[in-house]
Ligand binder design. Sequence first.
Ligand SMILES: [Cu+2]
Length: 147
Amino acid sequence: MRYSKPAYPVIAGFLLAVAILIALPMRAVAQTGDRDPVTIIIKMVDKSTAQWRFEPSSITVMRGDTVRFVQEDIVPHNVEITKAPEGSQIDNVKMGPFLLSLGQVYDLVITDAFALGTIEYVCTPHVGLGMKGKIVVVERVLLHATL
Ligand SMILES: [Cu+2]
């Protein structure tokens, strides 16, 4: 009677090879650690009647990036920073202008004036209705490591 070995070692070897192939590029990305600044879009929208929101309401950025708020509604909205990471020097951008017309934009540049951490912001007249958001400012290396 012939006895054939189970194929498990072959299968395990194959799975290990696949895992390594998948993991290698991810590791490369995590170690790159830097990229050019980008512009991230946050839309000011009305989800239904008077359900005003920032979309997306939570993002992660690196210093040098620009957060572009785009008015996609007919009701005026703004961006008021209510909480900035300790050590931030951002009085000049604490209160953004009201965007009055469709397609109007407000660019918030995440300069070195922002300390690392979480920025909390609201639309001044609509915060009570839930129009608020969060921007997490991270080091470049950290951002890539979390991808
Ligand atoms: Cu608003």
